[in-house]
Design a protein around this ligand. Structure first.
Ligand SMILES: Nc1ncnc2c1ncn2[C@@H]1O[C@H](COP(=O)(O)OP(=O)(O)O)[C@@H](O)[C@H]1O
Ligand SMILES: [Mg+2]
Length: 259
C-alpha cells in the first residue's frame, strides 16, 4: 500500500468526511448539502424512508459515485482528486455488503470469499485460484468468524439468505478493509437471521476496530447495535445523534414526509 495512505490511517483524521455534498441525478437532488464526519471505529446507522438517499450516501462513501457538488474525503483523500490507481487503493480499504449479497451463485463459497483478494491478487493468480482454490486457510478463518466454516466448499446457491449474507461478510473480511459499509444488509432476511447478521457486524467492528456504517429500515437495530444514528429525509440530514439520544419524536419526524 502507498505509505502516505497507511500513514494517514493512523492519524486522527476522520475515516469519512463529506463537505457540502449535493448529489444530482438530472434535475433531481438525491442528497442536498450534506456535511458529515465519521471517525475511526465508529458504528453508525443510516436510517430513513425509501428514497431518502441512504444508498446514494453509501455509494459516495465507497467511491462508486463521485459527488456532483462538494467533496468526499476518505482516509484523508479527496476522492475526486485521486488518480485511478490511488483511488482503487483507497477503495480497497472500504468493504461493502449489500441487501442482495452480490455473490456469484453457481460458484462454491470459497471462490466468493476469495473474491475479497481481487485487486491484491494478480489476474493470473485469481484465475488459477478458480481451478485450485488458493489461500484456503484465510477463507476458512473468515467463514469461521461469521459462523459457517463448514460451508467452505458448498455451492453458494445452496445456502439460505442468511448464510449468503455471511459469505458476503466473509468476503469483506478477506479484503480486510479499514471500514465496512452495509447497505440494508438485512432487508431480505427474516427477523431471526436479521438479528444474527446485526450481531456479527457489531462483533466484527468491536473486535477489529473497523468503522461500520449500515443503512437500515429497522430502527430498533439501529438503536441496539450502533453508537450513532443519522436520519436522512428527502436527501437531507434530519439528525445525527448518539443512539441513546434518539427520541420517538425524532423518529416520527423522520417518517413524516409532508413537511
Ligand atoms: N442512479 C440514479 N439515477 C436517478 N435517480 C436516482 C439514482 N440513484 C438514486 N436515485 C434517486 O435518488 C433518491 C434516493 O435514492 P436512494 O439513495 O437509493 O435512497 P434509499 O437508499 O434511501 O432508498 C431516490 O428518489 C432515487 O430514485
Ligand atoms: Mg437504498
Amino acid at each position: 500500500m502507498d505509505s502516505n495512505l497507511s500513514g494517514e490511517m493512523n492519524s486522527s483524521l476522520p475515516i469519512f468526511e463529506l463537505k457540502n455534498v449535493t448529489q444530482q441525478f438530472g434535475s433531481f437532488q438525491s442528497l442536498v448539502d450534506i456535511n458529515l464526519q465519521i471517525q475511526a471505529g465508529d458504528r453508525v446507522a443510516l436510517v430513513g424512508s425509501s428514497g431518502a438517499g441512504k444508498s446514494t450516501l453509501i455509494s459516495l462513501l465507497n467511491g462508486t459515485l463521485l459527488p456532483t457538488q462538494g467533496e468526499v474525503w476518505v482516509l484523508g483523500r479527496n476522492l475526486a482528486q485521486l488518480r485511478p490507481k490511488l483511488l482503487r487503493q483507497v477503495q480497497r480499504q472500504i468493504g461493502t455488503v449489500y441487501q442482495q449479497f452480490h455473490l456469484v451463485d453457481n460458484l462454491r463459497v470459497i471462490h466468493n470469499v476469495n473474491a475479497g483478494h481481487l485487486g491484491r491478487w494478480s489476474f493470473l493468480k485469481a484465475a488459477a485460484s478458480l481451478m485450485v482454490p488458493m489461500d484456503v486457510e484465510t477463507a476458512f478463518k473468515a467463514l469461521a468468524q461469521v459462523g459457517i466454516p463448514e460451508k467452505l466448499y458448498e455451492r453458494t446457491d445452496k445456502l439460505s439468505g442468511g448464510q449468503q449474507q455471511r459469505v458476503a461478510i466473509a468476503r469483506v473480511l478477506v479484503q480486510n478493509p479499514t471500514a465496512i459499509l452495509a447497505d440494508e444488509p438485512i432487508s431480505s432476511l427474516d427477523p431471526e437471521r436479521s438479528r444474527e447478521i446485526m450481531d456479527i457486524l457489531r462483533q466484527l467492528s468491536q473486535d477489529t476496530g473497523k468503522t461500520l456504517v449500515t443503512s437500515l429500515h429497522a430502527i430498533e437495530f439501529a438503536r441496539s447495535h450502533y453508537q450513532r444514528i443519522i436520519g436522512l429525509r428527502q436527501g437531507r440530514i434530519l439528525f445525527n445523534t448518539p443512539a441513546e439520544a434518539l427520541s420517538d419524536s425524532m423518529i416520527e419526524e423522520l417518517y413524516h414526509l409532508s413537511r
